[in-house]
Ligand binder design. Sequence first.
Ligand code: HT9
Ligand code: FE2
Length: 332
Amino acid sequence: MNAMGTYDALLVVSFGGPEKPDDVMPFLENVVRGRGIPRERLLEVEAHYQRFGGMSPINQQCRDLIAAIEPTIDLPVYWGNRNWHPYLEDTLRQMAADGVRRAAAFVTAAYSSYSACRQYIDDIALARAAVEGAPEIVKLRHYFDHPGFVAAMVDHTRAALEELPAEHRDAARLVFTAHSIPVSMAATSGPGGGAYEAQLRRTASLIAAGLGGDRPWDLVWQSRSGAPHIPWLEPDVCDHLGGIDAPAVVLVPIGFVSDHMEVVYDLDVEAAELAGKIGLPLARAATAGTHPRFVAMVGELLAEPEPVACAATCCPAPARRTAPAPGAGRHG
Ligand SMILES: CC1=C(CCC(=O)O)c2cc3nc(cc4[nH]c(cc5[nH]c(cc1n2)c(C)c5CCC(=O)O)c(CCC(=O)O)c4C)C(CCC(=O)O)=C3C
Ligand SMILES: [Fe+2]
């Protein structure tokens, strides 16, 4: 049965990002609270944000996505973040005040894993627990293989291929990227484990097939965080580009749905610099963003039968994580 009629709002749930220089450190502390991220890594990432004026593009990208979704559905649209204003808890309070009883949640992360799925579920639960009369929230399903997401990425990949010198286009290699996560987190992702990488490979193969022909492709990782002694998924995109045997490359960041800081810094600054140094023609495909097929997908997800919630054992929190500091629950 179409579940659209059972919701009285759509809640867009995202990561959040700083919008001015003074926001950067408090934002980063929200992100890494209890996660064992070395101080040096944090300062390095702070410099990425400050290089862009202390401004992450992600919040504006959420506003743009919401503005694109609003005219396509019959529900009011709300927006709450995990790590920065507008915080989920404040948004849920507003929804309760507006009389919203039951909302569908569209999370701006397409895949399974603790970071991309369970952590959002937990953050929604924490925020609901803090708000009296908070609406029931139904998280929409993973959409990594949805034809709308895939079609948007096929279009954007084709456009990036067009940016390459004509003589290299046919032989250019597709290098798909996603956020690296700890190997242990990847192993326990999804109901049977290994879902994060398996889903990314599925998306990559659907996009490659959508382009036609049999263009070769790789899946590699970007934006590694964490302590150096903890294994994360490899190879890193820059190591991979450094040794690649291809006349040209299109980077396709399938692990993200907007061109936020990890895309514009890690790919458009770092990877692009490396490519320039080694003389590798490189183009980067845009993420799904506000592509009309991606926007339409949200309405299509709302109209599906109500999704089955993830099992409580799916995508467990990494065991080594320390408990949040007292009072930290508010921001997840
Ligand atoms: C799987 C995944 C996604 C994709 C799914 C999704 O979209 O949710 C994602 C998205 C994002 N990650 C982002 C930013 C950061 N991620 C960090 C740290 C981490 N990410 C992780 C994983 C992921 N992250 C992990 C396992 C960590 C280690 C700490 C921990 O275990 O939690 C750090 C800390 C500093 C550092 O990088 O070391 C920052 C600043 C932004 C915002 C960008 C902007 O501001 O425009 C976005 C969209
Ligand atoms: Fe991240």
